[in-house]
Design a protein around this ligand. Structure first.
Ligand code: UT7
Length: 326
């Protein structure tokens, strides 16, 4: 088996900052509530001209450059997103064009906030299959575009961002050590968009009832996230025959600081060993892990030889983990 390795990282973060204090002027909420219940202080919101493929292009070019490659070297493009530019064509195809990449395969997949983890596992499998050398994996979301800005229970949570990595063959002991994925569709209606698909196509009624916006039963999702992320973290360690003590960095999906703290405590990791971006970016779904990874690699926290455990949970429900030796 070929060992897969992350060769380069990148991120695309919109410039506009929306703080909790800005939200206080929009809905009945407070900075205090949001910080205490979620850990979020601000999030980034893209402008009306910017779609997911634009953020993905910025992140991808950075990842490709940091891998010492050019877009011509990419031979497969995988994009995890629940906020594509359009239902079709895929954001991955739009990205292929914007990057000036060759006519290589490109497709989107929907795995909610676990999108990036699903993408990494697919990249590893494709690499082992043998036909691909340099695979671009992107997690990108424009959640502000599907957020109901009149619903205080969700609009304080989300933000926009893209994160990207290039996956290639490892020449040494570094790379992906183990992976774990799962899903349970029976709980899908706890976190979803009711209308706009084939079940409930867009009509004036669906628009009037605000059914094209994200809906979430926060409490139920919280409980499921804690359990699934705990299990995913332990499974990745077990499959790699490693223990909690071997983890140098935890990169959890950034949905709620209370979930992040629970995981860190379970793994006996101090907060300094956990990459946290939720205070600055909010929940960016599929983009949350790759942007956190890009930040921690770029600022030198993650160094060669470190064991990095990435754990996610999201709509579907989906969950998963990837353990990497950097
Ligand atoms: O990314 C995919 C996975 N997503 C997650 O993992 C998210 C998981 N869920 C959560 O993070 C939390 O459930 C939330 C942050 C969404 C909500 O926190 P909570 O502690 O579960 O709050 P709650 O929904 O139980 O609401 C508690 C109270 C309610 O008031 P009452 O009924 O107790 O009077 C809400 O109406 O807080 C109220 N509330 C708010 N108050 C001020 C809800 N949203 C707000 C708000 N500002 N923005």
């Amino acid at each position: 088996m070929v060992r897969s390795k992350i060769l380069g990282v990148g991120m695309g973060i919109p410039e506009r900052v929306l703080t909790n204090f800005d939200l206080e002027k929009m809905v009945d909420t407070s900075d205090e509530w949001i910080v205490q219940r979620t850990g979020i202080r601000e999030r980034r919101i893209s402008d009306t001209q910017t779609a997911s493929s634009d953020l993905a292009t910025v992140a991808s070019l950075q990842a490709i450059e940091s891998a010492g490659l050019t877009p011509q070297d990419i031979d497969l493009i995988l994009v995890g997103t629940v906020t594509p530019d359009t239902l079709f064509p895929s954001t991955a195809c739009l990205l292929q064009h914007k990057l000036g990449a060759r006519q290589v395969p490109a497709y989107d997949f929907s795995a909610g906030c676990t999108g990036f983890i699903y993408g990494l596992v697919m990249a590893e499998s494709f690499l082992n299959y043998g036909s691909y050398q340099h695979i671009l994996v992107v997690g990108v979301e424009s959640l502000s575009k599907i957020t109901d800005w009149e619903d205080r229970s969700t609009c304080v949570l989300f933000g926009d961002a893209a994160g990207a990595v290039v996956v290639g063959k490892s020449e040494d002991a570094s790379g992906i050590l183990s992976t774990y994925l799962g899903a349970d569709g029976s709980l899908g209606n706890l976190l979803y968009i009711p209308a706009g698909g084939s079940r409930l196509p867009a009509t004036q009624r669906t628009l009037d009832q605000r059914q094209h916006y994200l809906k979430m039963e926060g409490n139920e999702v919280f409980k499921a996230a804690v359990n699934a992320m705990k299990m995913s973290a332990m499974q990745a360690l077990k499959k790699a025959k490693m223990s909690k003590e071997d983890v140098d960095w935890l990169i959890p999906h950034q949905a709620n600081i209370r979930i992040i703290d629970f995981l860190a405590k379970m793994l006996k990791l101090p907060r300094e060993k956990v990459i946290v971006t939720i205070d600055k970016l909010g929940n960016t779904s599929a983009a949350s892990i790759p942007t956190a990874l890009a930040m921690a690699v770029q600022d030198g926290r993650i160094k060669p030889g470190h064991n990095v455990l990435m754990v996610a949970f999201g709509a579907g429900f989906t969950w998963g983990s990837v353990l990497v030796r950097w």
